[in-house]
Design a protein around this ligand. Sequence first.
Ligand code: AVJ
Length: 303
Amino acid sequence: MGSVPVFLSDVIAGLSLPQKTLPPKYFYDAAGSRLFERICRLPEYYLTRAELALTRRHIGAIARFAGKGAELVEYGSGESLKTRLLIRALRPAAYLPVDISAAALRAATLRLAREFPKLRIVPVHGDFSRPIDLPSSKRKRIVYFPGSTIGNLMPDEAHAFLSMTRGQALRMLVGVDLKKDANVLHAAFNDSRRVTAAFNLNLLARINRELGADFDLKRFAHYAFYNAALGRIEMHLVSLARQSVRIAQHRFAFDAGESIHTENSYKYSVDGFRALAAQAGFAAKKVWMDRKGLFALHGLTAN
Ligand code: AVJ
């Protein structure tokens, strides 16, 4: 095992690329998770409300598709309202939340254990951008991947993730943000209260806190735009001056206007996502949407 922590080596590797890049999974330390919860309540950030609305609206059909009594595997921590709705409707034989944050996993497990005292909860700590081993079981499993987290993955990474889950369960529920008016997308990632900006900048604050770096947060600005050709929102942190930043024993030079690419948030039409799922060996059997057609939940079966 290397002695350099993965966070440090990922940061050094990303900032050494011609287009400086940081992986979005590092947004979610304690401060970042709190900021993300605030994002979910913003008037402009329609995703969370739309997904909750479609889950409420179609919960009976969703639970029937998932198969009552199956084991529920959720990627990304799940203490959210929609997870609780699904657990209530599904009565799963076990619930296996998978999360990269040990703290988020513990919090979700404790809260759900209190709300569902009879539910068997098997937390799995892991980074699902790499293959993950789940404890084995003879029961049927359904993988739940809500929140359009799949939108953070590049299409080839999304394909790899779907291929991995294809070996873990015969059915899958995936929440996907739909393509829509670019102005609506733009507003969702450039909210007037600037919470998304704080969320983006917290990544640099986290690098300062945990890796002893000296990013000057006043000299970087949040920048998010819809890249229509690639069908994704891109988030960047733009250097406002020519400057240099120290991280451990490394130094990185920034030109004025140079950016660090911190996140992609892909948007998929129903057919676009179905094509991606098909490449990974899934047939798209069902799709549920909110009334406004903002967000989709796909029901996939392994074929
Ligand atoms: C958690 C991946 C769904 O892409 O919309 C919110 C994260 N980034 N605002 C998204 C996010 C900026 C979010 N996901």
